[in-house]
Design a binder for this molecule. Sequence first.
Ligand SMILES: Nc1nc2c(ncn2[C@@H]2O[C@H](COP(=O)(O)OP(=O)(O)OP(=O)(O)O)[C@@H](O)[C@H]2O)c(=O)[nH]1
Ligand SMILES: [Zn+2]
Length: 294
Amino acid sequence: MDQARVIVSFGADSIIETADGQLHRALTRRRTGRAIAGDRVDWGGQPPHQVVIERIQPRRNTLVRTNYRGQERPLAANLDQLVVVCAPQPAPDQRLVDRYLVLATSLNVDPVVVINKSDRLDDHDASAVQAALAGAHARACPIHTVSCATGDGLEALTAALADRTSLLVGQSGVGKSSLINALVPDRQARTQAISEASGQGRHTTTETTLYPLPGGGDLVDSPGVRILRLAHLSRDVIESGFPDIAPYADACEFRDCEHDREPGCAVRAAVDQGRIDAGRVASLQELLAERNAG
Ligand SMILES: Nc1nc2c(ncn2[C@@H]2O[C@H](COP(=O)(O)OP(=O)(O)OP(=O)(O)O)[C@@H](O)[C@H]2O)c(=O)[nH]1
Ligand SMILES: [Zn+2]
């Protein structure tokens, strides 16, 4: 059986890239289940028609989107790295950065931070960005400062992405599309090839898509993950996304302490003593509250 990588999927159809670099539209059998971007699959049939995914290889992890009812939809599989993109504009949002760091923990992947638009980064912006990245500092994440406009820092980032499958996340306008364009020089041709392979003029730009990088590794762009619900995660997973707070949380008097005004709250005490960042605690509280509400 031949092996391939799933590039994008829509319903029961997928576009797969075979070992020889060809893109084919492939069908999934009902018993095989739905393939998603990043899946490694065994396929058979007669390209370019009647290509069938016979088996989806076991996934290392699965990125899921959860709707407000708690229903999960798988978006991408086999991620190695979460690239959190931020920029001086739009102003970085610490709560969102902290949510992405928890997402990385829940997927068991390494977070990497990219500060884009270095060409626009003055001292005032730089300190606002650093403040929002308190969680990245606490977790000792690699941080790459780059500019898609000037090319500054892109070489070092390319090296950090080599041979790994990296999911790009970040708020709207930070430059995720610009980064993909800068790192995947044949992106336009690729998008064209995907739409030709898919036939029927399928609209694939809103679907989670995998882009192979010329220097090895892949980038995953997932518009669906921009709405980030984490209410389905366990308290343990959420807390392990906060290694700077976890030791104090363990010392709170109540196991389900919300680190608000509970007596014997070691987290509050640590904030008062300047040992942990108050913004980080606010992020943790927000996630725990959503969990309790959900
Ligand atoms: N000055 C400067 N502007 C940049 C840089 N990178 C991207 N931009 C600009 O920032 C704006 C947003 O970039 P996009 O790449 O569309 O951002 P995005 O994160 O993909 O946005 P969404 O698709 O809404 O999620 C565009 O006007 C880009 O031209 C950079 O390095 N420097
Ligand atoms: Zn507490």
